[in-house]
Design a binder for this molecule. Structure first.
Ligand code: PBG
Length: 333
């Protein structure tokens, strides 16, 4: 749809830009606090509640108690969903990754604590083995190979333990094949009919995850890269095939990750499928904006707001972002 325009001067585009009120009227896309999912890092211990992540200034690892407190504050700001990532103590990381489905693991305790403190907060949990794996990989590693089918069985166990703990949205970030169908079937058969799956369908093997791996303590452990399971950044059609596959296996919502370098993928997914589509503004994107702002090289508040609004323009229904509380405050909640 390309509308015809009368020639200049009958048409003057600047008329629609002449004042804040008129610009607001002509604005096509908007960002609201309801569009934001806040990723939060959980750690053991009590006492000092917060530990700042060196490569992500302004982002903290929080104890379970502090996560519940943060959820209360987020709810007051109008944020409706929190996504949990555990910083598993090193001694609990093993080759069999059993901590991933321990009902008392950090993620499950934090889920219950949030649900007690703020029952209306939607809790999303991450399904992948990397925070529990001695190898730092999302799946089991045998002789240097990341096993698919054996990993899927473990992911199903992890999914059920998260659903038991009260998670509303399960977020598989592992990129194994066949996981969505297996997880959906298990959830149905175990009475978790309303638990949603937000699939990390198009997750790329990206350099922009670096600060996250520091945050969950997986950076040191990781041997090699994740290129045999995460997507090649050169691919676009493949993202559509992955989304189609995940929807056919029972995903409710899909995600593109990272965000800003992949807005073209967001747009294609939304146009093609029209399903709830999310982008993850990942740790490296956050770090770049924050670092440049702290150096005085860009206006951090404006860069944050612009980067998030542009996800909406690209077709996303919502965004996972470490800026969530700050953005919510800026939106005047
Ligand atoms: C791993 C996982 C990663 C992120 C979310 N889940 C990192 C990875 O794949 O290595 C990245 C999030 C971020 O960078 O903010 N299952």
């Amino acid at each position: 749809m390309t509308p015809l325009h009368a020639p200049f001067p009958l048409t003057r585009f600047r008329r629609a830009r002449q004042s804040p009120a008129i610009r607001a009227l002509a604005q096509e896309n908007t960002l609201g606090t309801g569009d934001l999912i806040w990723p939060v890092f959980v750690r053991e211990g009590d006492g000092v509640a917060q530990e700042e992540i060196a490569s992500m200034p302004g982002v903290y690892r929080r104890t379970v108690d502090a996560v519940a407190e943060a959820a209360r504050e987020a709810a007051d700001l109008g944020i409706g969903a929190i996504c949990l990532f555990p910083y598993t103590p090193m001694e609990k990381r093993t080759r069999d990754c059993a901590e991933a489905w321990n009902p008392e693991n950090l993620s499950n305790r934090a889920t219950r604590a949030i649900k007690r403190a703020v029952p209306d907060m939607a809790v999303m949990t991450d399904v992948a083995l990397d925070p529990y794996n001695i190898d730092g990989h999302d799946g089991f590693v045998v002789d240097g190979e990341i096993l698919n089918d054996e990993t899927v069985e473990a992911l199903v166990r992890q999914t059920l333990s998260q659903a038991e703990a009260g998670a509303d949205i399960i977020g598989p970030s592992d990129m194994m094949d066949g996981r969505i169908g297996a997880m959906r079937q298990a959830l149905e058969s175990q009475g978790h009919r309303n638990v949603m799956i937000l699939s990390y369908s198009a997750k790329y093997a990206s350099a922009f995850y670096g600060p996250f791996r520091d945050a969950v303590g997986a950076a040191g452990a990781l041997k090699g890269d994740k290129a045999t399971y995460q997507m090649n950044p050169g691919n676009s059609d493949e993202a559509l095939r992955l989304v189609a596959r995940d929807l056919s296996e029972g995903a409710d919502m899909v995600m593109v990750k990272p965000g800003m370098p992949y807005l073209d993928i967001c747009r294609r997914v939304k146009d093609q499928f029209g399903v709830p589509t999310f982008a993850y503004q990942v740790s490296g994107e956050y770090a770049m904006i924050r670092a440049a702002a702290l150096n005085g090289w860009i206006d951090g508040d404006r860069a944050m707001a612009e980067s998030l609004l542009c996800f909406k323009r690209a077709g996303c229904d919502g965004i996972l972002t470490y800026f969530a509380p700050e953005m919510a405050r800026a939106l005047g909640a």
